[in-house]
Design a protein around this ligand. Structure first.
Ligand code: B12
Length: 212
């Protein structure tokens, strides 16, 4: 499969071509590494969509369509990733922090995490610290994932960590933060265990945490 073509097709929001290319890809019985590569290429395609939106060539409707197209692509790739895993390998409570409504990146992280076998409890967007605390109390996950695309999300992420500490829940969990503006420096300062980077990288970190 010509991965660059797949990336371009996603960036162009060419649904027909994306699905056709994925169909060809799946029929060729790809190995796990190749599937991972395809997932990464799809993400890069989504970045093109984001860039076009910034430039003003794409509109909100295009972004939403892009998100849906990405989900359909993941529906095709997910079973191939999941082939080697059985059952749940761990729980993740995931949400976008207070004040921030971006969810496309969070949803991609969720899709890939589920594909490799995590049980993901997605509490949604614009979630206050207390909502994370309550969900963690309820499902007792090993991992908490926070997403923020706004730099304004930083104080909210810090608050969430502090609230988990105050509730006595911090010791039992690993915390990972993601979203473009999140840096290692910020994570160190806020007491966040890992700076996620891309969704694929974030999932790799989570897999290390559960020794897979
Ligand atoms: C789409 C979009 C929107 C959409 C969101 C729709 C939705 N359902 O999510 C809408 C139109 C609603 C929106 C609104 C706003 N937006 Co906006 N938006 C974007 C845009 C164009 C794309 C973001 C995106 O989805 N990218 C694609 C995904 C796949 O990438 P990603 O989110 O980075 O996620 C990847 C990784 O970061 C990672 N990841 C993400 N989360 C997590 C979590 C974990 C745990 C892990 C491990 C990994 C991970 O995985 C993903 C895949 O690898 C960006 C600009 C850009 N080019 O990025 C601006 C951008 C993020 N928005 C911005 C702004 C300012 C706003 C508004 C304030 C605009 C306004 N004035 O109203 C509002 C804020 C609303 C709010 N309160 O949150 C700024 C943020 C600046 C900043 N640093 O603070 C940006 C950077 C644009 C800019 N250059 O000014 N936006």
């Amino acid at each position: 499969l010509d991965l660059q073509l797949l990336k371009k097709a996603l960036g162009d929001l060419n649904e027909e071509l994306v699905l056709e290319l994925l169909d060809v890809f799946v029929r060729a019985n790809p190995g796990e590494k190749e599937v991972e590569q395809a997932v990464e290429i799809c993400q890069q395609g989504m970045s093109i969509v984001g860039d076009q939106f910034e430039k003003g060539t794409y509109f909100i409707g295009d972004l939403i369509f892009g998100g849906e197209l990405m989900e359909r692509a993941m529906d095709v790739l997910k079973p191939l990733l999941a082939a080697s895993t059985k059952g749940s390998i761990g729980k993740i409570v995931l949400g976008t922090v207070k004040g921030d409504v971006h969810n496309i990146g969070k949803n991609i992280f969720k899709t890939i995490a589920e594909a490799v076998g995590f049980e993901v409890y997605d509490i949604g967007i614009d979630q206050p610290a207390q909502a994370f605390v309550e969900k963690v109390r309820e499902v007792k996950p090993g991992i908490v994932g926070m997403s923020a695309l706004l730099t304004l999300g930083f104080p909210a992420m810090r608050d969430t960590v502090e609230a988990l500490k105050a509730a006595g829940l911090r010791e039992n969990i690993k915390i990972i933060a993601g979203g473009n503006p999140v840096t290692q420096e910020f994570c160190d300062m806020a007491g966040i265990d890992a700076c996620g980077g891309s969704a694929v990288n974030g999932v790799k970190v989570c897999l290390r945490w559960v020794n897979k």
